[in-house]
Design a protein around this ligand. Structure first.
Ligand SMILES: [Zn+2]
Ligand SMILES: [Zn+2]
Length: 258
């Protein structure tokens, strides 16, 4: 979807935020969920959102013990490194609930100053714990970043925003709500695990059968001279039906209010 214009949410807006698996992290672990969706309220604080984000890299055990296998003395890394930051618009929102937390915004700002050819900045820096969702200026469908553990970076995006309706859970204490991820919208390729899938493939040669593949992987494996040979008894493929795009209805809601 094309990003919406920049706008500000209201306190009584419900916004759907999507958090993707980390891009890449030197902490290993690839078994994190592809993504998590949350329903947030405009009146909520960014730290409420942050605290709901689950990343298995947080659970990596670290120990001072000289025997690294002795996990009984270990602690999850998140207890030692609890700094985190959202980068939204041109602003770093850093978690300073623990005053000893590293300021990732400072580090990036310094890096930008040391690399003027990159043409980055100036940036603004704010505290996550003093910022509500309604304070943000966002664009729906636009990629923003969440960073924690020093190098674990997740893409986040706001996929929808609208006024609360009677069908929504009315108890505001229950938010942020983790919502079922609609697997209809995005299913990662069984081979590269990066792109959305567009083909159903049934082939003995693949690690599992059947498997959904992306356009690129299908092309790499099966296309000959840029043509896809017809399915055979051994190899069957079929294009998956197109997926519904995200619905963006915030602008209509905003107009209704005036
Ligand atoms: Zn992470
Ligand atoms: Zn692929």
């Amino acid at each position: 979807m094309d990003p919406s214009p920049v706008f500000k949410l209201l306190d009584n807006h419900v916004v759907i935020a999507r958090v993707f698996r980390p891009f890449e992290s030197n902490l290993g672990s690839n078994i994190v969920p592809h993504m998590q969706d949350f329903m947030l309220l405009g009146s909520q604080n960014l730290v409420d959102f942050r605290d709901q984000i689950i990343c298995l890299n947080d659970e990596v055990m670290v120990t001072d013990d000289s025997n690294p296998r002795n996990l009984s003395t270990g602690r999850p890394i998140k207890d030692l490194l609890n700094a985190s930051m959202f980068f939204i618009g041109n602003t770093f929102y850093s978690d300073f609930r623990d005053y000893t937390n590293i300021d990732y915004g400072d580090l990036i700002e310094k890096w930008a100053k040391d690399n003027p050819e990159k043409n980055l900045g100036p940036f603004e820096k704010k505290k996550m714990e003093y910022t509500t969702i309604a304070d943000l200026e966002i664009r729906l469908g636009y990629p923003y970043v969440f960073v924690h553990l020093g190098s674990c970076e997740h893409l986040i995006t706001f996929v929808d925003a609208r006024l609360m309706v009677p069908d929504d859970l009315q108890n505001v204490d229950e938010y942020p709500l983790a919502v079922e991820t609609d697997t209809n919208l995005l299913m990662y390729c069984g081979v590269c695990d990066v792109h959305d899938t567009s083909y159903y493939v049934d082939d003995e040669q693949l690690p599992s059968k059947p498997m959904n593949l992306c356009e690129q992987c299908l092309k790499t494996f099966y296309k000959k001279n840029d043509l896809l040979p017809p399915s055979t008894d051994d190899v069957f493929y079929k294009r998956l039906p197109p997926k519904k795009p995200f619905e963006v209805n915030v602008l209509e809601d905003m107009e209704d209010q005036e």
